[in-house]
Design a protein around this ligand. Structure first.
Ligand SMILES: Nc1ncnc2c1ncn2[C@@H]1O[C@H](COP(=O)(O)OP(=O)(O)OP(=O)(O)O)[C@@H](O)[C@H]1O
Length: 268
């Protein structure tokens, strides 16, 4: 199925259901009385990297946290609108949120390995699902570490503590932990902001390879990074989606003045 449009240039305003990983319909969100997201509608393509950019506090992290219902953990959070994933509205009260979080993996700004071995970090989610067969765990751990470009560096010390890895290795470990659950969508919330430039480039190359396996949505403050790695970019301002298009167009010929002001550094 993927091969149908793997290399095609897609118009995000006209994505078919087959090409869409997530469709957001009129999503608004408030924390207590504070409106944070305002009537956002967009389709995010499958097997592409989509970047969310915008000033600090504009709602980027809140928006991606809607995609695996992480905001449910925040008291006073209310939202309206639909988020269609795999043909269902994940905002529906009957949504199985554990299953959703398997389908939609998330990686945060600071690498957060558990105080366990490298091996146990990667198979953590599988064990929670009740998978205990050694063969299946071994195979999954190896594949996830290969996919996260970490296998060669850790294959001889899988049972050592994950805490001794470098920051870049820890971030790849956390990506491997998400990949072990074979997510359809991977959410990356400023995944390289705590890393040095070389390690950042390494993670960016990794992302480019991963989009064959899943659809990637990345929040970044770094516009060079958004332009380098993402196929599509959405610009948010004060909780509204201002402009959303292929990254080349958005960064070279923005249609809206607010986008232009932001990408040229006039504010934010
Ligand atoms: N748990 C919370 N309770 C109340 N308000 C919150 C909470 N989390 C975020 N907010 C508010 O929601 C707004 C959007 O925050 P969010 O973290 O989504 O922005 P952002 O664009 O990701 O910012 P940054 O780039 O600084 O990470 C901000 O005004 C923030 O203060």
């Amino acid at each position: 199925m993927l091969k149908l449009f793997e290399h095609e240039h897609l118009d995000v305003k006209r994505l078919s259901d087959e090409e869409t990983a997530i469709e957001v319909r009129n999503l608004s969100l408030q924390f207590s009385d504070k409106p944070v997201l305002n009537d956002i509608s967009m389709r995010i393509p499958k097997h592409r990297i989509t970047a969310l950019i915008g000033q600090s506090g504009c709602g980027k992290s809140t928006l991606i946290s809607c995609f695996n219902r992480m905001n449910d953990l925040i008291s006073g959070c209310r939202y309206q609108g639909e988020i269609i994933l795999g043909g269902r509205d994940i905002n529906h009260k009957k949504e199985n949120v554990s299953r959703l979080r398997t389908q939609v993996g998330m990686v945060f700004q600071r690498p957060n390995p558990f105080p366990l071995s490298i091996y146990e970090n990667v198979c953590y989610g599988l064990r929670l699902q009740g998978v205990n067969g050694r063969r299946q765990l071994d195979d999954t751990v190896e594949q996830a570490l290969v996919d996260a470009a970490l296998w060669d560096e850790v294959k001889d010390r899988l049972f050592e503590s994950a805490q001794v890895l470098s920051g870049g290795q820890q971030q790849r470990l956390v990506i491997a932990r998400a990949l072990a659950l074979k997510p359809d969508i991977l959410l990356l919330d400023e995944p390289t902001s705590a890393l040095d430039p070389l390690t950042t480039l390494y993670i960016e190359e990794l992302m480019a390879g991963l989009k064959k396996r899943c659809s990637i949505i990345i929040v970044t403050h770094n516009m060079q990074q958004a332009a380098r790695v993402s196929d599509y970019t959405a610009f948010l301002h004060q909780g509204r989606l201002i402009e959303y298009s292929d990254s080349d167009s958005l960064f070279t010929m923005p249609h809206k003045k607010q986008t232009e002001d932001y990408i040229t550094g006039r504010y934010g």
